[in-house]
Ligand binder design. Structure first.
Ligand SMILES: [Zn+2]
Length: 76
């Protein structure tokens, strides 16, 4: 059983059989080519702001997600 990388819902079995390497559910398969990454800007909390960076390369997006989860773990 695998979950969608975007919404974390289980990917339907039929889709997994047809596309064993898929990482997103049917609903998000069309959007997989373009993904948004929220980026924080600013040197201090007072002048922080966020923007959305559009990522077209799914592999780059995965690396970013891995980096973010590692960064989150080291903080706690
Ligand atoms: Zn999904």
């Amino acid at each position: 059983m695998k979950n969608c990388k975007i919404c974390n819902e289980p990917i339907p079995e039929g889709r997994l059989k047809a596309l064993p390497g898929t990482q997103v559910c049917t609903q998000h398969s069309n959007a997989s080519a373009y993904r948004g990454n929220i980026v924080n800007y600013g040197r201090s909390e007072d002048d922080m702001f966020q923007d959305i960076d559009i990522i077209r390369d799914p592999h780059l997006f995965e690396k970013l997600e891995q980096y973010k989860s590692q960064a989150g773990q080291s903080k706690s």
